[in-house]
Design a protein around this ligand. Sequence first.
Ligand SMILES: Cc1cc2nc3c(=O)[nH]c(=O)nc-3n(C[C@H](O)[C@H](O)[C@H](O)COP(=O)(O)OP(=O)(O)OC[C@H]3O[C@@H](n4cnc5c(N)ncnc54)[C@H](O)[C@@H]3O)c2cc1C
Length: 457
Amino acid sequence: MKQITLDQVDPSHYDVIITGGGAGGLLTALALTANGKKVLVIEKENRLGGVWHGYWVDGFRVDQGLHVITRVTRGAFVRFLKNYLSPPPEFVIHDGWEFRVYDKTGPIPSSIGETLRWPLTGWRGRLGLVRIGAKIKTMKLDEMKKYKDISFLEFMESRGATNQVMLDVMQSAIYMAAGVPISEASAYEALRTLKDTDRESSKLASAKRLIFGSSEYDEGYVIGGMEGLIKRVIETIDGDYVLNAPVEQIHEQDGGIIGLTVAGTHIEHSTIVSNIPLWSMDKIVQSTLGTTQEFFERWSTIEPTRGVTLWLGLNKTVIGDRKNRVLVHPNPNRWIVSISSFDPSCAPKGKELVAIAMIAEPGKSVDEHISMMKGNGLAKYYPRILDHIEMEHAQVSYATRAKLIPGQTDLDRPGPRTPIKGLYIVGTDTSGSGVGLQQAAQSADGAVHALMEDAVI
Ligand SMILES: Cc1cc2nc3c(=O)[nH]c(=O)nc-3n(C[C@H](O)[C@H](O)[C@H](O)COP(=O)(O)OP(=O)(O)OC[C@H]3O[C@@H](n4cnc5c(N)ncnc54)[C@H](O)[C@@H]3O)c2cc1C
């Protein structure tokens, strides 16, 4: 894809116009390229990628957010990249989870045997965990759907699963995926995250996994980081892009798309895929149709999750392994990963890049978040990290455009189609299971299928 200016745009050159060049928009463009289509991407910022981004700070390469990609062996995002990038990107799988509850550490137990030996609770807690773990692992997706309108905490309480350590560990695990505490997270999304499935597996397969466990960890970091990945995606897409070009209006006439207005310039086209957040689309889409107004108003209240990531460039290797560490106590929900242990190219030789992530707490400043991250757990359990800081960089950003709360689960999302012929929507708030880039990839997949099915390209 090459960059052009707004006055160079000739809309007749493109099969599809994509408004917004975030993960959803770029992955759609990538799939359209593979289908022989040419796109124009119109982006309001001075770079492509949206929150999917990587850059350099004082010799260390950081991502926007701690992008350890989930479901590397089975997920939509990696499947997408493997299908459409040649050669496919290389992922380094992590070495497992380590949850810290005060002075004890333990993994996520994945089988009955592991649960009965779990070091983080006493025997009563372990038995409770076996019971609820068995229920979750063998639960069918259809049953999970029944719990989409209650919180995970309500679900656990209704099952008598109230052991505090177990709830605290689940709190930390669910927090990372849903972006909200278990008292707010949709039980349906939490159950699906814990079962770690998008698709139904047979009862036998679930029971086998439950009894024998699964040693297969499925999260990984991509070599070259997000910076390298996005660069390759942009290079592969067939088409052009315009930066610093906010889409002001998208126009409908007689039920179909006729074009859009960008920085005062009108561009005619009958096929648009919009990656603009759904919460602002009701102000952008100009339509006299009541159904269209209703549609976009309905989705204008979607709320995002916010994450804080603290990047620490250390003057020597302190952690040096590929574990995903989660501090459950005394401060919950801190996620610590040594990124340079996955990809040494993101730190100068002999130095280490460590990322610490947490979900942002409403009303707190960046400095308050940083001192929460450095204080307490980190100071107590990893003081050597604090002794060797050479570079410090904090980011606050939304991690996904829809919290996984009741009313915002994937079952409630609109999908790729809108009431307007020729207008499709993509992004993490439109469709898809999983979180972040998985959702973006699922949404892109959905939009491309819809474009094909409707025979508009
Ligand atoms: C802290 C953090 C950690 C993360 N960790 C992970 C992880 O480990 N694994 C994972 O899978 N995902 C992770 N993600 C999430 C993932 O990066 C995002 O969810 C995903 O990139 C969002 O893609 P999107 O298409 O929904 O949207 P966005 O990034 O919101 O893209 C929308 C684009 O549209 C543009 N736009 C908006 N309005 C207009 C307009 N009017 N005109 C033109 N352009 C417009 C925006 O500038 C942007 O480029 C993380 C994100 C963060 C921030």
